[in-house]
Design a protein. Structure first.
Length: 266
C-alpha cells in the first residue's frame, strides 16, 4: 500500500482572529498541502475560533454540520485533500471541544469530542465526550482522533491501537512550559502502542497562553518523521503502512499484553 502523505498546519496563536480569516487561512494551507502531494491536512485544537476566546465561546460554537463545517467541506473538495480540524461544537445546550474529519470529497467522516479536559477554561466551558475511540478509513489507513490532553493518557492511545487505529490525529493547543509532551511523550506513545501520531499545535502568544509549536509526526519505530519549530509552519511527512507492519512484527507489545493482570487499572 502506498504511503499516505499528511500535512500538519501549525498556525500562530490568536491569528486569524475570526472564523472567516481562519477558513481563508485553511484554504491556503489546503492548497499548499495539496501542492506538496498531501492527502490529509491536520489543524490545531479549536482552530476555527482560536483557543483564548473566554466568554465569547457560546456565541462561536456551531453544530457539527453547521456553516463552518460546510465551508471546510468545500475547501476539502476544492483542493482534493481531507481535513481534520478543531472547533467548539454545540450540541443542544452542551458545548464540546471537538475535532472533525472531512474527506477529500467533502464528506463528513468522523466527529470526536475531547474526553479529558484540561485547566479551568476547558473544565468550566465544555462537557467532556464519552466515546474514547472514534475512527474512519482514509485512503486505506485506519485513522483515529484525539485532542491535546487526551494523548497524554497512555490508556487512550492503547485503546486506539487495540481498535485498529494506524494513524492517530491529535489537534492540540500545547502551552509552554510543557514542551516535554511534544518532544518526549508523543514519540513514546507512538512506540509503546505501535501507531503513527500526527500532532498539530498552535504557536505563539494568545491571551494568557503561550503555545509551544513543535507539531510533529511520530512513527511507530520511535522516530519523528517531521517536526515544526516554534513559529508558523506547514510540515509534510508520509505515513507508511509497510513500516507500521514491520514495526508491529518486530515490537510485539500489543500481542504480548496480559490483560487479565490489569483489572486494577480500571
Amino acid at each position: 500500500m502506498a504511503p499516505l502523505r499528511i500535512a500538519l498546519f501549525q498556525g500562530p496563536g490568536g491569528v486569524p482572529h475570526t472564523r472567516e480569516d481562519s477558513l481563508a487561512a485553511l484554504s491556503d494551507a489546503a492548497r499548499r498541502a495539496a501542492g506538496a502531494g498531501a492527502r490529509l491536512l491536520v489543524t490545531s485544537e479549536l482552530y476555527l475560533t482560536g483557543y483564548a476566546v473566554g466568554d465569547a465561546l457560546p456565541d462561536l460554537a456551531e453544530e457539527a454540520d453547521g456553516p463552518s463545517a460546510g465551508r471546510v467541506a468545500e475547501i476539502a473538495a476544492e483542493h482534493g485533500v481531507a481535513i481534520a480540524y478543531g472547533y467548539p461544537e454545540r450540541s443542544g445546550s452542551a458545548l464540546h471541544n471537538a475535532a472533525q474529519l472531512i474527506g477529500a470529497d467533502g464528506t463528513r467522516l468522523a466527529n470526536y469530542r475531547k474526553t479529558h479536559l484540561f485547566g479551568d477554561f476547558e473544565t468550566g466551558s465544555f462537557v467532556p465526550g464519552d466515546r474514547a475511540v472514534v475512527q474512519a478509513d482514509l485512503d486505506g489507513v485506519r485513522v483515529g482522533l484525539l485532542i491535546c490532553y487526551d494523548v497524554e493518557f497512555p490508556e487512550n492511545v492503547r485503546a486506539h491501537a487495540l481498535a485498529g487505529t494506524e494513524l492517530l490525529l491529535v489537534p492540540t493547543a500545547l502551552m509552554r512550559p510543557y514542551e516535554i509532551v511534544a518532544q518526549t511523550v508523543l514519540p513514546t506513545r507512538a512506540w509503546e502502542s505501535q501507531l503513527y501520531i500526527g500532532y498539530a499545535n498552535r504557536c505563539g502568544p494568545e491571551g494568557d497562553f503561550d503555545f509551544a509549536g513543535l507539531s510533529c509526526l511520530a512513527a511507530p519505530d520511535g522516530t519523528v518523521r517531521a517536526r515544526a519549530g516554534a513559529s508558523g509552519d506547514l510540515v509534510v511527512a508520509d505515513v507508511d503502512p509497510e513500516l507500521l507492519k514491520a514495526s508491529r512484527a518486530e515490537n510485539t507489545y500489543l500481542g504480548d499484553r496480559r490483560p487479565e493482570l490489569y483489572g486494577s487499572l480500571g
